[in-house]
Design a protein around this ligand. Structure first.
Ligand code: SF4
Length: 569
C-alpha cells in the first residue's frame, strides 16, 4: 500500500558537527535578522510549512515528521512501513539529507526516496544524495502527478502556526499567529533569488482570490484561535486585486485580521499607506538590497520616505541588504552599510551575496570560474564567509564585514524588539488620531480609488475602529518586555529610546495594568536567568519540539477545533 512520509532534516540545529553548521540555526530571526543582539533577539523556529501543504493536498496517506531527532526519524522508518519517503532540505542541510537517505536505503530498501526543497538545485544532487526522484518546481502538482492523482483539483490550505518554540528574554512567547501560503515563486526574477528560480520565474497561486484567503484565515482562527498571520508569499502585494478582495471580505464579515508580509518596494508604493493600514499589514519585509539601485523593484522608489511612512503608521519594517555585490569595494561596501542603517528600519538583514545553485547568479559565476572549490555545502548559507572569488574581499574578511554590520545596527539603533515596540505604539497613536480626524471631517473609504474621500456628513468608520483594537492588541504585547529591554539596553542611547517608548505607552494606554505589571516582573525573572545562561553558554540553543502529524486524520482535525495534532516532545 502507498504510504508517504514527508520529513524535514533532523535536529540538533545550529550545532557544528559532520553534517551541520553552528551558524545555521533554523531560526530566521536569530540567525540573520536579530543576529548579535544577544538577549534581545527573539527566538523561534518556523514549521516546514510546505510539508503540511503537500500532505493536505494528497489522497495517499501521509505522515509529516517535522524537527525529528535522529532516533525519531530512524524509528519512523523502521516501524512506519512507508512505500515512499520525501526529504525536504535547503542547501546547507544537504549532508543531513544524505545521511537520512543512506539510512532509508539500508532499513527500508523498498521505499522510494523523493527529494524536495531548495537543496535539490545542487548540481549532481542525485549523486550526492541517493534517491529515486527529485521534485522540481511546485510540489503539490508534482506529487499529485507522481501518485497518479488529479493535478488540478482545488488546493486545501493547511492550518499551521507560523512559529513554534518562541521565546523573548528567555520568557515563552504566548501570542500565536497562523500562516497563509497564497502562492509560490516570483516573476521579478532577480538574478540571485532562489525562490524565483526554483519556481521557474513565475508565480503559482494557491489562494487565487481574496475570498479564498479570507476562508483560510477563518479556518485558522477556528482551529488555532489566531487572528494574526504570517503571509508566506515572496511578493504578496504583486497581486493587488487579491489584496483588495481580501480587505473587502474582512469588511463584509467584520473581521480585522492582521498580516506580516514580504513585498517589493515598487508594489508597496503603488498600493499606498492607507490601503496597507486598512488591510491590517503590521510587518513588512522589503528587499532594499543596495544603495546602487541595481534592481528593478527599488528603482524610482524613495526608500527612506517609504520606510518612515510605514513605521509612522505602525508598520514594522525589515530592510534586507546584500553585501559583496560586484560593485562593492572597501569603500562602497561601507557606503552601502551606512545607507542601509540610515533607513532606520526596525530590523536589518545583511546577507552575503550567495551564488546559490539554480539561480542565474550561480550560472554566471560558474561560467566565469568565480566559484571557489572545496567549500562544503553546509557553509554556503550567507551568514559566514562568501564562497566565490570577489576581487576586493578575502573569505575571512567577508565574515567580519557581515558580523560588524549587525553589531553596528544593534549598537547604533538598539534592539529590534524595542524598535518594534516603538513603531507599534507610534502607529497606534497616529491611527487613533487619523480615524478621529477623518470621522469628524466626514471622509470615507473608497475601495475603487483606495483613498479616503469626502462623504456627505461626519460618519463613524466601524471597520477602522475594529482595526484600531487589533493594533492596540499588537502594541500591548510588547509592554511587559519594556523593563527587560531597559535593564539589558546595550548603551545609553538605547536606554533613552526605551524611556521614550515607555512614555509613549503611558500616553497611549495610561499606567500599566496589574496583569501587565505581573507579566513584566515575570519577564524580568526569565531575562535574569537567560542572561546568566548566555554568559555561560554563549548563544542559548533551544531545539524545536518534534511534530508528527498524520493525514488523513489531520484533515478531520482541521474540521474540529478542539483537537490538536500529536506532539512527540
Ligand atoms: S522581488 Fe524578491 S522574491 Fe521576487 S525575484 Fe526579486 S528577490 Fe526574489
Amino acid at each position: 500500500m502507498t504510504r508517504l512520509l514527508l520529513c524535514g532534516v533532523y535536529k540538533p540545529y545550529g550545532v557544528q558537527d559532520d553534517t551541520g553548521e553552528a551558524l545555521c540555526t533554523m531560526e530566521l530571526l536569530n540567525n540573520q535578522v536579530t543576529r548579535e543582539q544577544g538577549i534581545h533577539s527573539p527566538r523561534s523556529s518556523n514549521p516546514s510549512f510546505g510539508l503540511y501543504l503537500l500532505a493536505e493536498n494528497l489522497n495517499v496517506p501521509v505522515t509529516v515528521l517535522d524537527f525529528p531527532t535522529w532516533e525519531e526519524f530512524t524509528r519512523e522508518i523502521d516501524t512506519g512501513g512507508y512505500s515512499h519517503v520525501g526529504i525536504s532540505f535547503i542547501v546547507p542541510n544537504v549532508l543531513k539529507a544524505r545521511r537520512m537517505a543512506e539510512y532509508i536505503r539500508k532499513a527500508a530498501p523498498r521505499a522510494k526516496i523523493i527529494l524536495g526543497g531548495h537543496g535539490t538545485a545542487i548540481p549532481g544532487i542525485r549523486e550526492l544524495v541517493d534517491c529515486d526522484e527529485v521534485c522540481h518546481g511546485e510540489g503539490v502538482a508534482w506529487l499529485r502527478h507522481y501518485f497518479g492523482e488529479e493535478t488540478d483539483r482545488p488546493i486545501v490550505h493547511p492550518v499551521v502556526e507560523s512559529a513554534v518554540n518562541g521565546y523573548v528574554y528567555g520568557a515563552p512567547l504566548l501570542g500565536k499567529a497562523g500562516i497563509l501560503i497564497p502562492g509560490v515563486g516570483c516573476q521579478n526574477s532577480c538574478r540571485f533569488c532562489s525562490t524565483s528560480h526554483k519556481f521557474d520565474r513565475k508565480y503559482t497561486p494557491f489562494l487565487a482570490t481574496g475570498e479564498e484567503m479570507f476562508e483560510a484565515c477563518r479556518k485558522a482562527e477556528q482551529v488555532l484561535g489566531v487572528d494574526d498571520f504570517g503571509v508566506i508569499d515572496e511578493n504578496f502585494c504583486k497581486e493587488p486585486a487579491r489584496a483588495r478582495e481580501l480587505l473587502a471580505e474582512m469588511e463584509r464579515n467584520g473581521k480585522a485580521y492582521s498580516f506580516s508580509i514580504f513585498s517589493s518596494a515598487e508594489t508597496l508604493a503603488v498600493l499606498g499607506i492607507d490601503f496597507l493600514l486598512r488591510l491590517g499589514v503590521n510587518f513588512i519585509w522589503i528587499g532594499v538590497e543596495s544603495k546602487a539601485n541595481l534592481f528593478e523593484k527599488t528603482r524610482g522608489v524613495d526608500l527612506h520616505r517609504l520606510v518612515a511612512e510605514l513605521q509612522d503608521h505602525g508598520i514594522s519594517v525589515l530592510a534586507s541588504s546584500i553585501l559583496f555585490l560586484e560593485h562593492h569595494d572597501k569603500k562602497t561596501i561601507h557606503e552601502d552599510i551606512e545607507w542601509a542603517l540610515s533607513l532606520e528600519s526596525d530590523f536589518s538583514q545583511f546577507m552575503g551575496l550567495g551564488p546559490t545553485p539554480g539561480t542565474q547568479l550561480y550560472r554566471d559565476y560558474e561560467a566565469a570560474g568565480k566559484l571557489l572549490a572545496g567549500i562544503p555545502w553546509p557553509k554556503k548559507h550567507g551568514q559566514d564567509e562568501i564562497w566565490f572569488h570577489h576581487p576586493e574581499f578575502t573569505l575571512p574578511e567577508s565574515a567580519r564585514y557581515l558580523k560588524d554590520a549587525f553589531v553596528r545596527k544593534y549598537e547604533e539603533q538598539g534592539p529590534g524588539v524595542l524598535a518594534m515596540a516603538h513603531t507599534a505604539v507610534k502607529g497606534y497613536l497616529a491611527l487613533r488620531a487619523e480615524i478621529e480626524d477623518r470621522e469628524k471631517k466626514g471622509l470615507a473609504w473608497d475601495p475603487e480609488t483606495m483613498r479616503y474621500v469626502q462623504g456627505q456628513a461626519p460618519a463613524p468608520d466601524p471597520f477602522m475602529r475594529l482595526r484600531l483594537e487589533r493594533v492596540k492588541k499588537t502594541a500591548l504585547m510588547f509592554r511587559p518586555a519594556l523593563g527587560a529591554m531597559m535593564r539589558y539596553a546595550p548603551n545609553a542611547r538605547a536606554e533613552a529610546k526605551c524611556r521614550k517608548v515607555m512614555a509613549m505607552y503611558r500616553e497611549a494606554f495610561g499606567p500599566m495594568s496589574l496583569t501587565d505589571r505581573l507579566k513584566a516582573m515575570a519577564v524580568r525573572v526569565f531575562a535574569l536567568r537567560e542572561s546568566r545562561r548566555i554568559r555561560k553558554e554563549g548563544v542559548v540553543m533551544r531545539q524545536p519540539p518534534t511534530r508528527r502529524v498524520t493525514y488523513p486524520e489531520r484533515k478531520a482535525v482541521a474540521r474540529c477545533p478542539v483537537q490538536r495534532e500529536a506532539m512527540i516532545a
